[in-house]
Write a protein that binds this ligand. Structure first.
Ligand SMILES: *Cc1c(COP(=O)(O)O)cnc(C)c1O
Length: 362
């Protein structure tokens, strides 16, 4: 008897996720309150107090969730401004990236990716036996339309998905609407990941979806609403994709805790928007302060983080020096992103601690 795992999966490198407080606390020998966690763009204010109340008083955790997510989808419809029939919640936006790859790709079909960007598109494409063709961004992290068009050409009719991120992770730059319009003329599904759109001075393109047969938009509660641990995202999809996704999805993919948390968040928008504003202000303060540090070259951002090129010194050593003081930032050393760190906007006292450490290291 031979029990064989798919060879492509056996060969695959694992995804390296960020670590939660429980693990970090043990590894760093520090209580969570003494860890300044600026490495995963999480919301330091946490969920709305209404979320905690709703979770504490919910009476039916022993009953399966609504597979249609009717109440949550109605609330999302009001929030996004698109009819509920176009909206599908997921166990994080990440789950929807996986679903899209699985409903769209046959083995050898092509996903066009625009690195440097979020790692899950490449990962999920490969999990679904897709082939990834990279159309790298330019030095200013802008999408290279000609490179994308050339990649579609190269794929010879096998390009099925194009992933774009706006604001992009890790630089925080927006996708220009004219650029998106041009890319929508390509014969593939364009997926715009708007995980950070609440932090941007730009509007979502979700409202384009009902009129655009090849545009999907992904959103999440993880960043602006502080629900990263509860896992709740959603997508806005043209109806033919909705039909396929309804058949395809795991019936109970969104658990009741996430559903309750999402509905309660959408019922407390005023408070959550104040917190988003506070984080945007903190991002701007962080950016201005980083500009005064000689060995850093920070980039302006429309998200809740700031990407910095580290000049004339090792970003890896900087990452380690901060880690030793209980401060976590994201460190990168890969093509198009060599010797960079990304810092999330946190509480003002987090920024202050980080800035002290950065100045000291100088
Ligand atoms: C954080 C992030 C996500 C993850 O969303 P979840 O809802 O937590 O799965 C998706 N896309 C981008 C670009 C992100 O940075």
């Amino acid at each position: 008897m031979t029990l064989s795992i798919r060879p492509d999966i056996a060969r695959m490198a694992p995804y390296t996720p960020v670590k939660p407080f429980e693990t970090l606390s043990r590894e760093m020998h520090r209580p969570p309150e003494q860890i300044v966690k600026l490495d995963a763009n999480e919301n330091p204010y946490g969920p709305s107090p209404k979320v905690r109340e709703a979770l504490a008083s919910y009476p039916w955790y022993h009953i399966y969730p609504d597979p249609q997510q009717t109440e949550l989808r109605e609330a999302l419809s009001r929030y996004v401004g698109v009819p509920a029939e176009f909206i599908l919640p997921g166990h994080g936006a990440d789950e929807l990236i996986d679903y899209l790859c699985r409903i769209m790709l046959e083995p050898g079909d092509v996903v066009i990716n625009c690195p440097p960007t979020f790692g899950m598109y490449d990962f999920d494409a490969r999990l679904s036996m897709g082939e990834v063709i990279n159309a790298p961004r330019d030095a200013a992290f802008r999408v290279d339309v000609a490179a994308i068009e050339a990649a579609v050409e190269q794929a010879q009719g096998r390009a099925k998905l194009l992933f774009l991120t706006s604001p992009n992770n890790p630089d925080g730059g927006l996708l220009a609407p004219e650029t998106l319009k041009r890319l929508l003329s390509l014969p593939l599904l364009v997926v715009v990941d708007e995980a950070y759109i609440e932090f941007a001075d730009a509007s979502s393109v979700a409202s384009w979806v009902p009129e655009t047969p090849n545009l999907a938009v992904l959103r999440t509660f993880s960043k602006w609403a502080g629900l990263a641990g509860l896992r709740l995202g959603y997508g806005v999809f043209p109806l033919p994709f909705m039909n396929a996704l309804w058949k395809f999805k795991q019936p109970y993919n969104v658990n009741v805790a996430a559903t309750i948390a999402g509905i309660a968040s959408l019922d407390d928008l005023e408070l959550l928007r104040q917190r988003v504003l506070a984080l945007k202000k903190e991002r701007e303060r962080l950016l201005r302060a980083l500009q005064t540090i000689s060995y850093l070259e920070p980039l302006p951002s429309q998200a809740n983080f700031v990407l910095c090129r580290v000049m004339g010194r090792s970003a890896r050593a900087l990452h380690q020096a901060l880690f030793d003081q209980g401060i976590l930032v994201r460190y990168y050393d890969k093509p198009g992103l060599s010797n960079f760190i990304r810092i999330s906007a946190g509480l003002p006292e987090h920024t202050d601690q980080l800035l002290d450490a950065l100045r000291e290291w100088a």
